[in-house]
Write a protein that binds this ligand. Structure first.
Ligand code: PMP
Length: 411
């Protein structure tokens, strides 16, 4: 068991070496603990081989390692089968994969996809791209936008109004990367029924609170390792067994095989079963191993402790930002009657542009994110500042940041 105490920073070499640095950009990427770095080094230095290909000892050790991380991830998100866990390059790669491995082969003219224009572009653009691609081949699918409320939550009534018998898939976000609110996905499932597929972008929730795919009732759930203490370039898309027979590979090669045309003239894909069906080519082995170590690290702290720490710090941050009249919040928990946050708050600061504020804070060793945060909707109208927290942040760090913002108001 790892307690979050005053010496917690020692687990993160980057933070430990820079004691004064205040890292408030974990929604972009998290810092990496020693155990994760050691896991990657061990692979490179002690058994560097490919996975699923050779039968010599090192190759077997890598294959076993990947299998054991797959089982670990399955338990972590409460999947029913390890075959539901597909390793990807990250959330963006996973969300694109859904469009091509499922959408390309299952959508027909007239079908509708519901999406939120305010979401991270990775949850929007794959569907726009697929729509344009299908159109070139004479298939017209419709993308129907749904709304987010001023407190940053998906508007359930709007989803209910927009869903129709033509809706094939709704793409959703668990915790919004700018607004920071947690959405009630299980409730959306009950609103829309079992027929429609739900794809959930869980990039900002996995690693912050317990995520249970069965409770959520979704069909796809995508997340990135690097936002939960693992290496960049590794992610996971969980895919419910109920739709495995609707999937086709979107990348082929390596251990997969395409048969030549049969006597009927049709070309059949002979491929591996899930999850290998969607994992052509050599996997990001050190990244996947790092994900296993990251899950161990999270489990050692416990998700309950991480979630509680996140809520306490976010509330503390909100309370202090609310004391500064120059702060204008973007949609999010600042507009909720009972604000519960998971580490993300975004705002404008009157008198300074977001990028000016970013520079000022950076010059004081405080790292925040500024800009439009990879969105193209409401949050992209004007650059804003986003503060995002994780388990290594403290109330003292928030005080340091608030003191600088307060100074700016008195200039
Ligand atoms: N969705 C959300 C909600 C995100 O916050 C991010 C990362 N900013 C992504 C998708 C994309 O993640 P990645 O860059 O790891 O593919």
């Amino acid at each position: 068991m790892i307690p979050i105490d005053h010496s917690f920073r020692k687990y993160f070499p980057g933070l430990y070496q820079q004691q004064k640095l205040v890292y408030l950009d974990s929604a972009s990427t998290t810092q990496k603990p020693h155990s994760v770095l050691e896991g990657m080094n061990e692979y490179y230095q002690q058994y560097c081989a490919n996975a699923g290909r050779g039968n010599y000892t090192w190759a077997q050790r890598v294959t076993d390692g990947i299998n054991s991380v797959r089982a670990k991830v399955a338990a972590f998100v409460h999947a029913q089968h390890a075959s539901e866990i597909v390793f990807t390059a990250g959330t963006t790669a996973g969300l694109n994969m859904i469009a091509y491995a499922w959408g390309l082969h299952n959508l027909r003219s007239g079908d509708e996809i519901l999406y939120c224009p305010d979401d991270h572009k990775a949850n929007v653009l794959p569907w726009l791209h697929l729509q344009a691609l299908l159109q070139r081949f004479g298939t017209t699918i419709h993308l129907i936008p749904y709304r987010i409320t001023s407190s940053g939550e998906i508007d359930h009534e709007n989803i209910r109004a927009k869903a129709s018998s033509k809706t094939r898939l709704i793409t959703l976000t668990h915790i919004h990367n700018v607004f920071g609110t947690l959405n009630d996905i299980a409730r959306i499932r009950t609103l829309v029924g079992q027929e429609v597929l739900l794809s959930l972008d869980a990039a900002q929730s996995v690693g912050h609170l317990a995520v249970d795919v069965q409770e959520l009732g979704v069909d796809f759930l995508s997340f990135s390792g690097h936002k939960m203490f693992a290496a960049p370039g590794t992610g996971v898309t969980w895919i419910h067994t109920r739709i495995h027979d609707q999937l086709s590979p979107f990348l082929v090669g390596g251990e997969q095989e395409i048969a030549s045309p049969s006597s009927s003239g049709e070309t059949h894909l002979h491929t591996y079963e899930m999850p290998h069906l969607l994992e052509a080519g050599t996997l990001n082995i050190p990244g996947i191993l790092s994900l296993g170590r990251a899950i161990d690290f999270i489990n050692d702290i416990t998700l309950t402790t991480i979630e509680q720490h996140g809520k306490t710090l976010t509330y503390y941050l909100l309370h202090h930002l609310q004391q500064i009249p120059e702060v204008i919040f973007l949609p999010g928990i600042a507009y909720s009657k009972r604000p519960v946050g998971y580490g993300i708050l975004s705002f404008y600061f009157e008198g300074y542009t977001a990028s000016e504020l970013g520079f000022i804070l950076s010059s004081q060793n405080i790292y925040v994110r500024v800009g439009t945060h990879c969105t193209r909707g409401r949050a992209a109208q004007q650059d804003s500042v986003r503060i995002s927290l994780h388990v290594y942040n403290t109330t003292e760090e928030i005080d340091t940041c608030m003191a600088i913002l307060q100074e700016l108001t008195s200039v």
